[in-house]
Design a protein around this ligand. Structure first.
Ligand SMILES: Cc1cc2nc3c(=O)[nH]c(=O)nc-3n(C[C@H](O)[C@H](O)[C@H](O)COP(=O)(O)OP(=O)(O)OC[C@H]3O[C@@H](n4cnc5c(N)ncnc54)[C@H](O)[C@@H]3O)c2cc1C
Length: 391
C-alpha cells in the first residue's frame, strides 16, 4: 500500500532520531507516564529548575520546527527538498485581553509577510481565539445582546479578521482559519464567510475549517456552495474531524442539549468522507485542504480524485499533517506527486509548552494513531537493520 512505505516515510530521520521518536511515542502512549511527566514539568517550571533543555531535546524537537521563523525555515527547506510544503504557526497561546489579541494580530501579519517573501511557502494560519474575545463570540453565537463596550470589541474582532485577510489577499498568501468549539464557532463562520465574499473573488485566499465530527457540517458545506454560486466567489475549506470532542460532549450533557458531535466514530468517519466527496465533486467552487492522519480517508480521497479524473497535483487539493506525526503519509503522498503540507508550530520553548501538552494528550487519547506511529518506526528500524545485515 502506498502509505506503508517506511523508507520514504522516514527519509529525513537518522537511526538515532527514529529511536528517540520511538521512545517518545512509547512514553506518551502511556496515560500515567504522560500525566507524571506533565506534573513534573509544571513543578520544575514553577521552581525554575533547568528543564527546558530536556523539553527541547524531546517533545519540542519532535513536534515543533524551531523557536523562531528563521530557525523554522531550515525545516521548511528540508521538507521542501522532498516536495513536502509547510505552513508555520506561532503557537504561543496568549492571554485573553485586547493587548494580547493585538500582539497575535501582529504575529499573523508578520507570518503573511514572511510567506510572501519565500517562494516555497503558500499558506499561513491563525486561530480565531488568538485575536478574538471568546466570551463575546459566545454571546454573539447565543444571540445575546452586546453592551456598548462589547459592541466596540466585537467590531475590533471583525477589523482584525479583515486586516489579516486583506493583507493575505494583497500578498497572494492563502490563509487557513482554524475551527474552535461549537459554542463560539457561529460568529467565526459568519465573519469568515464575509471574508471569502470579499477576498475570494478571483481565487481562493481565505479558508474556513469544517469539523466533520459535527453532524450539521455537511449541511453547512452545502449552504456555502449555494451562497458562493449566488454571489460568485470561491470557497476554501480545511476539512478536519475536530479536536474538542470531550469538551463538546461534556458541555452538552452538563447543559442538557443535544451534542453537536456525531454519535459514533464511525458516523464521524462517514461524515468526513461525505464532506470530502462533496467538496471534490464541486471543485468549481471549493478548494479542499484535508487535515487528517486517517489513512482510510486519504485513500478514499485518492480514489475519488482518480474516479473524477483529477490530476494528483490539482492545485485545489491539499493534504495536511502535523509536524512530527504521520510522516509516512506526508512523504509517500508527496513522492507520488500529491500536494502535501505540514503544519509547523514554532515559538520559544517555554511558550509553546501548552501546545506540546495538547499534542501529548491527543496522542495519549488517540490510541490508534500512536500505536500506528510505533509500528511504523519499529518496521523502519527493522528494515534498516536487515539492510545492514545484508551488506
Ligand atoms: C493539518 C491539520 C489541521 C487541523 N486543524 C484543526 C482545526 O482547525 N480545528 C480542530 O478542531 N481540529 C483540527 N485538527 C485536528 C483534527 O480535527 C483531529 O482532531 C485530528 O487530526 C485527529 O483526527 P484524524 O482525522 O487525523 O483521524 P482519526 O484518528 O481517525 O480520528 C480521530 C477523530 O475522530 C473523532 N472521533 C473520535 N472518537 C469519536 C466518537 N466516539 N464519536 C464521534 N467522533 C469521534 C474526533 O474528531 C477525533 O479527533 C487538525 C488536524 C490536522 C492534521
Amino acid at each position: 500500500m502506498l502509505l506503508d512505505n517506511t523508507k520514504n516515510g522516514f527519509t529525513l530521520k537518522s537511526n538515532f532520531e527514529l529511536k528517540k521518536a520511538f521512545f517518545l511515542f512509547k512514553i506518551i502512549s502511556n496515560k500515567t507516564l504522560t500525566n507524571i511527566g506533565k506534573k513534573a514539568l509544571e513543578i520544575s517550571l514553577k521552581f525554575r529548575l533547568p528543564v527546558l533543555f530536556l523539553v527541547k531535546g524531546t517533545v519540542f524537537e519532535q513536534f515543533c520546527s524551531g523557536e523562531s521563523l528563521d530557525e523554522s525555515y531550515k525545516t521548511v527547506q528540508k521538507l521542501n527538498d522532498k516536495n513536502v510544503k509547510s505552513y508555520l504557526h506561532y503557537s504561543v497561546e496568549g492571554q485573553e485581553n485586547e493587548d494580547s489579541y493585538d500582539l497575535s494580530l501582529k504575529e499573523v501579519l508578520n507570518s503573511i509577510e514572511f510567506v510572501s517573501q519565500k517562494n516555497i511557502l503558500d499558506f499561513t494560519v491563525f486561530k480565531p481565539t488568538a485575536i478574538a474575545n471568546s466570551t463575546i463570540l459566545q454571546k454573539v453565537s447565543e444571540n445575546k445582546p452586546l453592551d456598548k463596550n462589547e459592541n466596540e470589541l466585537y467590531k475590533k474582532v471583525y477589523e482584525r479578521f479583515d486586516t489579516i485577510c486583506n493583507l493575505a489577499h494583497e500578498k497572494d498568501v492563502k490563509i487557513l482559519i482554524d475551527a474552535e468549539e461549537s459554542w463560539i464557532q457561529n460568529p467565526i463562520d459568519e465573519i469568515v464567510l464575509k471574508m471569502m465574499m470579499k477576498y475570494n473573488k478571483q481565487k481562493t485566499i481565505v479558508f474556513n475549517t469544517s469539523q466533520m465530527y459535527r453532524h450539521d457540517r455537511l449541511e453547512y458545506l452545502k449552504s456555502l456552495k449555494d451562497v458562493a454560486e449566488k454571489h460568485n466567489f470561491f470557497v476554501g475549506i480545511k476539512l478536519v474531524r475536530g479536536a474538542y470532542i470531550e469538551k463538546e460532549n461534556e458541555r452538552a450533557i452538563k447543559n442538557n442539549y443535544r451534542s453537536p458531535i456525531c454519535d459514533s466514530k464511525n458516523s464521524t468517519d462517514i461524515n468526513f468522507n461525505n464532506g470530502a466527496s462533496f467538496l471534490l465533486s464541486n471543485l468549481k467552487i471549493f478548494s479542499i485542504f484535508s487535515g487528517t492522519h486517517n489513512e482510510k480517508s486519504i485513500y478514499k480521497i485518492i480514489d475519488l480524485m482518480k474516479s473524477i479524473g483529477l490530476d494528483k497535483n490539482n492545485p485545489k487539493i491539499w493534504f495536511g499533517q502535523l509536524y512530527g506525526m504521520s510522516d509516512n503519509i506526508s512523504f509517500n503522498l508527496a513522492g507520488e506527486g500529491f500536494n502535501v503540507i505540514k503544519y509547523l508550530p514554532f515559538g520559544p520553548i517555554k511558550e509553546v509548552i501548552p501546545y506540546l501538552i495538547r499534542r501529548a494528550d491527543e496522542n495519549t487519547s488517540v490510541k490508534g494513531q500512536t500505536s500506528r506511529e510505533l509500528d511504523l518506526i519499529r518496521s523502519e528500524l527493522k528494515r534498516r537493520e536487515s539492510i545492514k545485515f545484508l551488506q
